[in-house]
Ligand binder design. Structure first.
Ligand SMILES: Cc1ncc(COP(=O)(O)O)c(C=O)c1O
Length: 367
């Protein structure tokens, strides 16, 4: 089998320790052995989220965590404000609409960070907002928002819940749930947590936990009241994705051993190198506020990203992500989060240089 290197913003490459852990015989989820492991995982998740609060583990992708946050904390007709400037910010608005919430959608420019003045203005001019939904790293555009600052802006005029999508950023970019006053942080297994897709995580502040009783939106599988009860005994309400949790345990050990500060610093260095090297060979950085984990580029000379990415995969075994939504075939994205080494970044940058020289748009067939 040809071995490719993933520079995609999730799934990201999996460390051998995680693969090995997941290849061990299955542990039944009601046995003490699994409970002990799950207890350990829950503790280590707190470190990764930088919180003293409980982090709930849900079987499903990141969107399951987003939906869980909405349907457990709000009631029909509640007014929410969504700082949307990309595909994933938009998802908050879509979920809110699906549950009958009154959504004020900032509908920001793609590639630009959340407009702080506009956020402030909307909070002041709209009374009774029950929640503000933010996206830490908007993976579709490669923008990282200053969550600490945005949280401060919300707090200066409102005591509503602050909900953050950290699906691509957790364990990749600096994020401190408790210190920054965040009420809900959502993430997933397949990015900075270096585990295959299939687990979502939702961490709740005390304030958010109190709201669980008030929500009247329909829910069953994602009912966090059931998770609270079970997780107290280091169980989950339903059969969990045991193999993924075993893998996650190994990944969290690596994160704990490496320390978050070191990972954040490493990603900053990688992304700086990627931005500098790619700019030198003519790629144009798309985002005005580029993230430390995903960089979006436009390709010079009218080259179609779809064809170029296919060429790079076939000839160099490096896999990037294309654009999404209105950015399909306009940009491509390089992720440097997760289990990626210095050597791999250097190889990838050399490959891009060589690829750009060798790629002949006239000979490439549309996939
Ligand atoms: C920032 C962000 N939010 C939400 C999602 C959706 O997560 P999932 O595809 O795991 O449901 C993603 C996935 O790429 C993401 O990067």
């Amino acid at each position: 089998m040809k071995k490719n290197i993933l520079f995609t913003p999730g799934p990201t490459p999996i460390p051998p320790e995680v693969i090995e852990a997941m290849s061990q015989p299955i542990i039944p989820h009601r046995q003490q052995e699994f409970k002990d492991l799950f207890k350990d995982v829950c503790t280590k998740l707190k470190y990764t989220f930088q919180t003293e609060r409980e982090v709930f583990v849900i079987t499903g992708s990141g969107t399951a965590g987003m939906e869980t946050s909405v349907c457990n904390l709000f009631s029909a007709g509640d007014k929410i404000l969504v700082a949307d400037a990309g595909k994933f910010g938009r998802r908050w608005a879509e979920i809110g609409n699906a549950f009958g919430l009154e959504v004020i959608d900032m509908n920001g420019e793609w590639g630009v960070e959340t407009n702080q003045d506009e956020l402030n203005r909307l909070l002041i001019s709209n009374k009774n907002i029950k929640g503000v939904f933010l996206t830490h790293c908007e993976s579709s555009t490669g923008v990282t928002n200053d969550i600490r600052k945005l949280s401060g802006i919300v707090r200066s005029s409102s005591d509503c819940l602050i909900i953050v999508d950290a699906i691509s950023s957790l364990a990749g970019e600096e994020l401190r749930m408790d210190e920054w006053g965040l009420d809900v942080v959502v993430s997933a297994s397949q990015k900075g947590l270096m585990t295959p897709p299939g687990l979502a995580f939702v961490a709740l502040s005390e304030n958010a936990t109190m709201r669980l009783q008030k929500s009247n939106l329909p829910k069953y599988y994602f009912n966090l009241n059931k998770s609270i009860e079970s997780q107290r005994n280091f169980l989950t309400p339903w059969t969990p994705a045991t193999t993924l949790i075993v893998g996650l345990n190994a990944a969290l050990n690596i994160i704990e051993k490496t320390r978050l500060e070191k990972i954040w610093e490493r990603n900053k260095k990688y992304s700086q190198l990627i931005r500098e090297s790619c700019s030198e060979i003519g790629f144009k950085i798309f985002s005005k506020n580029p993230s430390n984990i995903i960089t979006a580029f436009q390709i010079p000379g009218g080259v179609q990203p779809t064809n170029f990415l296919k060429f790079m995969k076939e000839n160099f075994g490096v896999i990037f992500a294309g654009g999404q939504g209105p950015l399909i075939n306009k940009i491509f994205r390089i992720s440097n989060t997760g289990y990626i080494s210095n050597d791999q970044v250097v190889f990838m940058l050399d490959s891009l240089k060589a690829g750009l020289l060798q790629f002949n748009p006239l000979n490439s067939k549309m996939p």
